[in-house]
Design a protein around this ligand. Sequence first.
Ligand SMILES: C[S@@+](CC[C@H](N)C(=O)[O-])C[C@H]1O[C@@H](n2cnc3c(N)ncnc32)[C@H](O)[C@@H]1O
Length: 195
Amino acid sequence: MAKAVLPPGVRTAAHRLDYMARYITAYKPDRGLLKHIVFPAILADESRRRVLFVGVEFYTVPYLWQFRDREFWTIEPVASKAKYGSRQHHIVDVIENLGDHVPAETFDVIIANGVLNYGVDTPAQAEAMFRACATAMRSGGLLLVGWNPRPGGVQPGELGSLRELFEPTVLEPLGDSSHEVLGHQVHVFNTYVRR
Ligand SMILES: C[S@@+](CC[C@H](N)C(=O)[O-])C[C@H]1O[C@@H](n2cnc3c(N)ncnc32)[C@H](O)[C@@H]1O
């Protein structure tokens, strides 16, 4: 049917989009959960106005639209990726230096998905990252950490900064403050509130 009505170029694009949607659903279920369950749950609370998203890629561009009615900030150290970040509020730097760019208690939410063990690779870096996040968040603010457990990798449970400055919290409907998603690898979402 599609073959009969769509010109070849459009058909190719439609096939690619269909493939990507299947790939994301089957191979990266954490991505679907993030976009369709976790983000709506964050957005459901209107008091969460100022949101920071850490680390951008071409595939995170739709999140700009999803958070369009919030003050959505992005931070990414690779300058050439600024085109994937927020038009109004993009910072080119590592998250560890967040305090050089915003005053204390700026954010209601910080989303750090896929950054631990993807750039923030040592316990010292991770401690610096979460201390910087804590300073930049208001008390009661929400921190979401999405990460892949790896042998020898950094684990949130081992970090003093998270224990001291944050408390695990449940973001309904995840059901637990630590939520594992099994895809081609395990992805864990940990949720905390700033003390
Ligand atoms: C695997 S991608 C994850 C992108 C996105 N956060 C997501 O949810 O898929 C990791 C990104 O984090 C960025 N990154 C690496 N080290 C960082 C750091 N210290 N601070 C902020 N971003 C960093 C990388 O440049 C890359 O764009």
